[in-house]
Ligand binder design. Structure first.
Ligand SMILES: [Zn+2]
Length: 473
């Protein structure tokens, strides 16, 4: 598999540190509110990467953190008049619900910054011992110029950064960071302010800087060198650059071998922002659209390209997904039809063989830097083939084989084709039965009434030769 590595700006063949295994670290959200639709893109994209590695037989250690100590959380806690852990725990729970709705599997580990403080203090100590960090009045800073490779991920020149920082000198004085040796230095540990959560440390009570969290948690749960570090492209600088500096200075080994960054998500061709009024949470979007459609939409573009979110495009995704689900349902009906032949008929083995080019095309697309857009096209070609080859008289064995192939590929994308048998289904089945009875009794008024009731519930009925079928509209 080839991966575009932000570090080298090239597509490179992926080679794991340990054969058959892959460690992936993805920067997770700061939990001070419901996650927004921009947060959902890396979650969905890198969950798909994980699924594809598993499909290829890798054992995946997938780690994604929750940043649960941060200025935004503290601000929210003060506004709501509750301790800050009440806010972070609440929104971790809400985030897990949104992930589940989007069929994003829980990570192997979801570390939380506040539960890893001793390891963070240890890393700061190591950096001070190695002269990569220093303390001034309870604040510990990383000595950026002590790390010669600084800027290697964002491809920035350290002297250009320095001149950019000069203009900020005034702001630094305001934020109390004027004791730095150098404007480029960044905070590893900050002292406690009144009313803020804090932990004891050799430099007094305080809390860790944001960048430090990921360096410590990725080391603890994956190792000193990780295979893939991923996140949104807005994290390249300074967050990921600082993570590299801290980790490589402290550990003396390469931090991450491959860096993957997803592109921005725009809303109606504009940058998402609260001031423009186009800021949406995943919860709001999923109230309007099926979360599965949202996931499918996110995979309709290659992850590095910018993606535009609009009503029109979501509806197009809904219709596309519908084509896949209808094909799966058709196979499902053949499998469940008592009249279908059990075993393969003459010529059906060849039909099964015929799916191979679509699988190859799917893998080729995914192997090319996770090109989900082309992978989705391969699934559509498979659907077209299935629709062409499955006449009503094919065997259950053929339908089951085709279903399995379709299910395997869509599962890599995190799309569920299996029909949900939920409580609504039961209610619908009961009403359909009642309607059939009413028709038998020639009570057509009641039959029509039930049909209208179902329609109001978003259920459309269709009378077919095999009986009454229903679908959600
Ligand atoms: Zn991070």
């Amino acid at each position: 598999m080839k991966i575009f590595n932000t570090l080298t700006r090239r597509k490179e063949e992926f080679k794991p540190i340990t054969p058959g295994k892959v460690g992936i670290y993805v920067c997770g959200p700061t939990v001070y509110d419901y996650i927004h639709i921009g947060n959902a893109r890396p979650m969905i994209v890198f969950d798909t990467l994980r699924r594809y590695f598993e499909y290829k037989g890798y054992e995946v250690n997938y780690v994604s953190n929750f940043t649960d100590v941060d200025d935004k959380i503290i601000k929210r806690a003060i506004a709501d008049n509750v301790p800050s852990e009440v806010i972070s725990e609440r929104y971790i729970e809400e985030c897990r619900k949104d992930m589940k709705a989007l069929n994003v599997r829980p990570a192997t580990t979801h570390p939380q910054a506040t539960k890893e403080i001793p390891d963070m203090i240890e890393m700061v100590n190591t950096l001070i011992e190695k002269k990569h960090a220093y303390e001034k009045n309870g604040t510990v800073y990383f000595r950026t110029r002590s790390f010669p490779d600084y800027g290697k991920l964002s491809h920035k020149n350290i002297d250009d950064l320095e001149s950019g920082h000069r203009d900020e000198a005034h702001q630094l004085k305001v934020s109390g960071e004027d004791e730095k040796e150098d404007n480029l230095d960044f905070v590893l540990w900050k002292p406690k302010k009144e009313g803020e959560p804090s932990w004891g440390s050799p430099w007094g009570d305080g809390r860790p800087g944001w960048h430090l969290e990921c360096s410590v948690m990725s080391k603890k749960y994956i190792g000193g060198t990780i295979d893939i570090h991923a996140g949104g492209e807005d994290l390249i600088f300074p967050h990921h650059e600082n993570e590299i500096a801290q980790s490589e200075a402290a550990n003396g080994t390469e931090f991450a071998r491959y860096w993957m960054h997803n592109g921005f998500l725009k809303i109606d061709n504009e940058k998402m922002s609260k001031s423009l009024g186009n800021f949406f949470t995943v919860r709001e979007i999923c109230e309007k659209y099926d979360p599965q459609v949202v996931r499918f939409f996110m995979l309709s573009a290659q992850y590095r390209s910018p993606l535009n979110f609009s009503e029109e495009l979501i509806i197009a995704s809904k219709n596309s997904l519908e084509r896949i689900l209808t094909s799966a349902e058709k196979l499902h009906d053949i499998i469940n039809n008592p009249a279908s032949a059990e075993s393969l008929k003459d010529g059906e083995a060849e039909i099964i063989d015929g799916v191979k080019p679509f699988i190859a095309k799917f893998e080729e697309a995914m192997d090319d830097d996770l090109n989900t857009a082309d992978a989705v096209s391969a699934v559509f070609e498979l659907v077209k083939y299935i629709n062409l080859k499955t006449t009503a008289d094919v065997s259950k064995a053929l339908a089951a084989e085709l279903y399995k192939t379709l299910e395997t590929l869509t599962d890599v994308l995190g799309i569920i084709i299996e029909k949900k048998e939920d409580s609504l289904d039961e209610e619908v089945e009961k009403l359909i039965e009642e309607r059939q009875q009413a028709r038998k009794n020639k009570d057509f008024a009641r039959a029509d009434e039930i049909r209208d009731k179902l329609l109001a519930m978003g259920i459309e009925l269709k009378d077919t030769r095999e009986g009454v079928k229903w679908k959600r509209i």
